[in-house]
Design a protein around this ligand. Structure first.
Ligand code: PLP
Length: 431
């Protein structure tokens, strides 16, 4: 890294500042986490130089023997971790993995059913500004006033819109899903069932949440949220089968398996060359997640999240759905007379990072919002325990009670720093 410091001081300095920001701020963005040094090293390796279009043993370029090793190991570890038949570890991101699902399951204009974005769903599940909502006909199910998905209403909606694909998965839903009920609805209306476990993947890998793989036809994920790997995506199938829609191979007329359709949807369907350096880092992350202490980690994430929800409620905040099953909580700030936007800004000034988020039935725009979303995955990686989380909520409450008071913010910055020093993160300036 001395090279970078002398060759490109502007970028070096920005990285240095970012290490400092991560080390001395409280990271509560629910989609973020901190990777190990091993993962950083694998991702920073010379595999970034290698083109490896295709799959191990079937590449379009020479010199792929070590890329094959890396991708084979990544796939084997992912299959062991999630106990499944098939994976593709090449998607560059969660959104790319999801694009491959649409490409293999739907034709433009086909109807699918997903969770409403305003109720915790994700952009790639049919938002009008995303390809999924532009090229396909998106219908939505939502949550009830109590913040929970009602399966009877999902069934009614599915019966009335007859989707070809039903998606489960969210970026701001703090409860577990009833995959069996979703599957029975999908079977009843003749739809494929797809679970996007981008957020809870690490907790699912550790078996502290319900497992979608036995129930969904297709599962997608990111690798960088609770799974604590490098930024990237992955597609999994629990039990591989012929595609129920009977798409046939162009030449042989043979019905293709879901795994074949998805492999070709990733490449050449959606992507070019895979990011072999990132696949190497994914392999390292899966190995970490296979170790027994990852289960301890996942349990602690869940405990911390539940303590965080309780601490907010004790202080008079409204927590959507009255608590959490996973790593995240959604707080409705309307009773505290502050918007999500202003809360995010005030907390940022005190070195506490959260994001503003719509709450179900929000009366404010996505740029303002009535809520904030918080997650415990990143702080738990640093070793924060229940008592630390109570202190974090106390600090947040102090800031939100006096959002424009700079003396309060200055005091909180010092306490944030003290908490961070007790739980050190990266002990280097740059890897
Ligand atoms: C984060 C997320 C994604 C997108 O992942 P990117 O890697 O940012 O593309 C997709 N679906 C859900 C449910 C997510 O939470």
């Amino acid at each position: 890294m001395n090279h970078l410091a002398s060759q490109d001081p502007a970028i070096y300095t920005a990285i240095e500042c970012e290490v400092d920001r991560q080390n001395y701020g409280l990271e509560l963005i629910a989609s973020e986490n901190f990777v190990s040094k091993s993962i950083l090293q694998a991702q920073g390796s010379v595999f970034t130089n290698k083109y490896a279009e295709g799959l191990p043993g079937r590449r379009y370029y020479g010199g792929c023997e070590f890329a094959d090793t890396v991708e084979d190991i990544a796939r084997d570890r992912a299959k062991e971790l999630f106990q499944c038949d098939w994976v593709n570890v090449q998607p560059h991101s969660g959104a790319s993995a999801n694009a491959a699902v649409y490409l293999s399951c739907l034709k433009p204009g086909d109807t699918f059913l997903g969770l409403d974005l305003a109720h915790g769903g994700h952009l790639t599940h049919g938002s009008p500004v995303n390809f999924s909502g532009i090229w396909f006909h998106a219908e939505y199910y939502g949550v009830e006033k109590n913040g929970l998905i009602n399966m009877d209403h999902v069934r009614e909606k599915a019966r009335s819109v007859k989707p070809k694909l039903i998606s489960i998965g969210a970026s701001a839903y703090s409860r577990d899903f009833d995959y069996q009920a979703f599957r029975s609805i999908a079977d009843e209306v003749g739809a494929l069932l797809w679970m996007d476990m981008a957020h809870p993947a690490g907790l699912i890998a550790a078996r502290v949440l319900n497992d979608p793989l036995p129930h969904a036809h297709i599962v997608t994920t990111t690798t960088h949220k609770t799974l604590r790997g490098p930024r990237g995506g992955m597609i999994l199938i629990g039990k591989d089968a012929e595609n129920p829609f009977g798409k046939v191979a162009p030449k042989s007329g043979r019905v293709r398996r879901m795994s074949e359709l998805l492999d070709s949807a990733v490449f050449p369907g959606m992507q070019g060359g895979p990011l072999v350096h990132v696949i190497a880092a994914k392999a390292v992350a899966f190995n970490e997640a296979l170790k027994p202490n990852f289960v301890q980690y996942a349990r602690q994430v869940q405990k911390n999240s539940s303590v965080m929800a309780d601490s907010f409620m004790d202080r008079g905040y409204h927590v959507i759905s009255g608590g959490t099953d996973n790593h995240l909580i959604l707080v409705d700030l309307r009773s505290k007379n502050i918007t999500g936007k202003d809360a995010e800004i005030a907390l940022q000034s005190a070195h506490i990072t959260v994001n503003k988020n719509m709450v179900p039935f929000d009366d404010k725009s996505p740029f303002v919002t009535s809520g904030i979303r918080l997650g415990t995955a990143a702080l738990t990686t640093r070793g924060f325990m229940e008592s630390d989380i109570r202190e974090v909520v106390e600090l947040i409450d102090r800031v939100l009670t006096a959002p424009t008071d700079e003396t309060v913010q200055a005091r909180v910055i010092n306490e944030v720093r003290a908490l961070c020093e007790v739980h050190p993160l990266y002990d280097f300036v740059i890897a």
